[in-house]
Design a protein around this ligand. Structure first.
Ligand SMILES: Cc1cc2nc3c(=O)[nH]c(=O)nc-3n(C[C@H](O)[C@H](O)[C@H](O)COP(=O)(O)OP(=O)(O)OC[C@H]3O[C@@H](n4cnc5c(N)ncnc54)[C@H](O)[C@@H]3O)c2cc1C
Length: 355
């Protein structure tokens, strides 16, 4: 009989818990309850179209088939609403952007996702614009709160730091605080850097900062992508971000970034009265090739990891949870090479040989 210990209840750990629950596999989850995690800071956007050339995101059709029913089912399980369809307004700030958008919109692969100038909105923009359709927003804070309440009530989720020293590795199982588990899955996001079993996986973490602002007299549900993303989270209140910083001292918000964002916001929304309500920052657990890592430890094969969710955690996570459940249920299951931990291990070895 399987019995799994999940470490981390961010997006990756939460989706794994739900997948285990759906498969009837008993589990316990431990999370230290950090506040500034990428999952709690994230905008939760699932944008089907990506990059300067407006291409369909990696493996999107496959991921969509998994995440859409997964989040809808989770909403039902939690009796809460946190998964919404959205559209993104993309102003053509240069001829190049406009051309790239127009070329991409002609591709039959993109017909469900791109259209030009066919909506009325109240953003103060003068440029022509394109619209990215059929995207989603996952309200991660609400989802984490709703599902954690259920798991805490049934004593499945415990809020404490995982202590690696207390983990006893037996021949075919693990003992942690006098309980026995057949598998352990680490879903620690950037916290993996302190994990003695997986600390060498080649993450390329990127810090991002976010402002939550109130804008008097502007209440627009469509998302604006102009310089920054502007996403309404409640009436007149917007999540605005973000940036990518690979070189940073710590994961805390900085006064310099708040000032910079404020200037950028006022140039997109000139004349509006803007109040900064919150300022958040977190580290994205990005991988060396922008794809996630999932796999087993080389020596302790029933010890696994889900990490490297990077900038696309919301679309990836349900698929990764499904793959992890397969790994747990089938000893000989092989994860797709694109997301397999093996490639990260190979990359880390090659990098070490160069040093
Ligand atoms: C500013 C910003 C904007 C973003 N926007 C988007 C977006 O729009 N769309 C999108 O798809 N993605 C976005 N992302 C990325 C996305 O948020 C991440 O990919 C995802 O949240 C990572 O989830 P995770 O579970 O791997 O990590 P985390 O969120 O870090 O979760 C790990 C959990 O493990 C716990 N933990 C760690 N170590 C231990 C330990 N030793 N003991 C106990 N608990 C532990 C932590 O408390 C935490 O709760 C954004 C990220 C940032 C920073």
């Amino acid at each position: 009989m399987k019995n799994v210990l999940v470490v981390g209840f961010g997006l990756a750990g939460l989706c794994l818990c739900r997948e285990l629950e759906k498969n009837g596999i008993p589990f316990v989850c431990i999370d230290e309850g950090r506040q500034s995690t990428p999952s709690k800071v994230s905008s939760g956007l699932i944008n089907p179209i990506t990059g300067r050339r407006f291409q369909l995101a990696w493996n999107y059709s496959q991921l969509f088939k998994v995440f859409e029913p997964f989040y809808r089912d989770l909403e039902e399980r939690c009796g809460s609403h946190f998964f919404n369809e959205i559209e993104i307004i993309h102003p053509f700030t240069s001829m190049e952007v406009q051309n790239n958008f127009a070329i991409s919109a002609l591709d039959p692969l993109h017909e469900d996702y791109l259209s030009v100038n066919d909506k009325i909105h109240s953003w103060p923009i003068t440029e022509e614009f394109g619209i990215i359709k059929n995207g989603f927003r996952l309200d991660l804070r609400r989802m984490i709160e709703a599902y954690s309440k259920i798991l805490k009530n049934s004593k499945i989720l415990r809020i404490e730091k995982f202590d690696y020293e207390q983990l006893h590795i037996e021949e075919k199982s693990f003992k942690y605080q006098n309980r026995e588990f057949t598998e352990i899955v680490f879903c620690e996001g950037p916290g993996i850097a302190s994990n003695p079993f997986f600390k060498n996986i080649p993450l390329v973490p990127a810090k991002g900062e976010v402002l939550i602002i109130q804008v008097e007299g502007l209440d627009e549900a469509m998302i604006l992508k102009k310089d920054l993303y502007f996403m309404r989270i409640s009436p007149n209140t917007y999540w605005v971000g973000s940036n990518y910083q690979w070189d940073y001292e710590d994961s805390k918000p900085t006064a310099a970034k708040q000032e910079e964002f404020y200037q950028r916001i006022t140039s997109v929304l000139p004349g509006y009265k803007i109040k900064v309500l919150e300022h958040w920052a977190a580290i994205r657990p990005s991988s060396h090739d922008r794809k996630p890592y999932i796999g087993r430890h080389k020596i302790h094969v029933n010890m696994m990891i889900i990490n490297g969710l990077g900038t696309k955690g919301c679309s990836l996570s349900p698929y990764l949870a499904q793959e992890a459940a397969r790994l747990i249920l089938q000893n000989d299951y092989i994860v797709d090479r694109d997301i397999n931990l093996e490639r990260g291990v190979e990359f880390a070895k090659k990098r070490a040989q160069k040093i």
